[in-house]
Design a protein around this ligand. Structure first.
Ligand SMILES: [Zn+2]
Length: 208
C-alpha cells in the first residue's frame, strides 16, 4: 500500500476511537483511511496515552470506550481536534514509527507553530489569538504543553496564563469532549527541532 495514497484519505470523519483492532482489509477508501489512523492509535497505545472507560448498558452488555490524545485550538470544549499522523503532513525529521514521546512533542510543537502562523490557535486560557515571531512582547509569548492526566492532549497558552490553567482544566475529562478533524498543514519545510537533550518526556514541550 502506498503511504501517500493512504495519507490523502485521512482527516475525514471516521470514529477512530473505536478503530483499535480494525481488521486489516484494504477494500474501501474508508478502510484504507482507518489504517493510517490505526498506526497513530497503536503508537498512542504503546506510549500509554490512550484512556479507557468501561460502561455497561441497560442490557448489561459491557462496552469499552477509548479516547486518544487531542489538541486544543482554543479555550472551549468544542476547540479540541484530533492530532494528525505526522507522516501524513510530510513532517521531515522522523517517521511516526521511529518517534519517542519527545520526538512526538517536537512534532506537535512544530504543528502549533505552523497553526499559529495560520492564525487558528487561541490561548487555552484567555482565548486571545496567539501570534508568532522572534521578538514578541512578554504578554504575547506562549508555550505548548502536554497534559497527561484523565485527559491526554496538547494545548498552547500564554506564559502569563499558565498559572491559571490548572483551575480551568480541573475536572475536564476526555470522554466529555468530541474532538473534530484537524486543519491540515504541510510540515515539509519546518526547521529541525532543537530541544535540550535532558528534557523530560512527560512534562512539556518547552519553547527553545
Ligand atoms: Zn492567554
Amino acid at each position: 500500500m502506498n503511504r501517500q495514497v493512504m495519507c490523502r484519505l485521512t482527516g475525514e470523519r471516521r470514529e477512530w476511537y473505536s478503530a483499535l483492532g480494525t481488521p486489516g482489509h484494504w477494500g474501501s477508501e474508508m478502510e484504507r483511511e482507518s489504517v493510517v489512523q490505526d498506526e497513530l492509535m497503536r503508537w498512542f497505545e504503546r506510549e500509554g496515552m490512550l484512556r479507557y472507560r468501561i460502561e455497561s448498558d441497560e442490557t448489561g452488555e459491557v462496552v469499552e470506550e477509548i479516547r486518544a490524545p487531542m489538541i486544543a485550538l482554543g479555550p472551549h470544549d468544542e476547540d479540541w481536534v484530533r492530532p494528525s499522523n505526522p507522516d501524513c503532513l510530510h513532517y521531515p525529521w522522523k517517521h511516526l514509527e521511529d518517534m519517542t514521546l519527545d520526538d512526538f512533542n517536537d512534532y506537535i510543537y512544530r504543528w502549533f507553530e505552523e497553526a499559529v502562523g495560520h492564525g487558528v490557535i487561541r490561548c487555552a486560557h484567555c482565548g486571545r489569538l496567539l501570534v508568532d515571531g522572534d521578538d514578541l512582547p512578554d504578554a504575547d509569548t506562549w508555550d505548548a504543553l502536554l497534559l497527561d492526566k484523565e485527559l491526554v492532549g496538547w494545548l498552547a497558552v500564554h506564559f502569563d496564563c499558565k498559572k491559571q490553567l490548572p483551575k480551568k482544566l480541573k475536572g475536564l475529562h476526555a470522554f466529555e469532549l468530541e474532538p473534530h478533524s484537524p486543519p491540515f498543514f504541510d510540515l515539509a519545510h519546518v526547521p529541525m527541532p532543537n530541544r535540550p537533550s535532558d528534557s523530560s518526556p512527560t512534562t512539556s514541550t518547552e519553547r527553545t
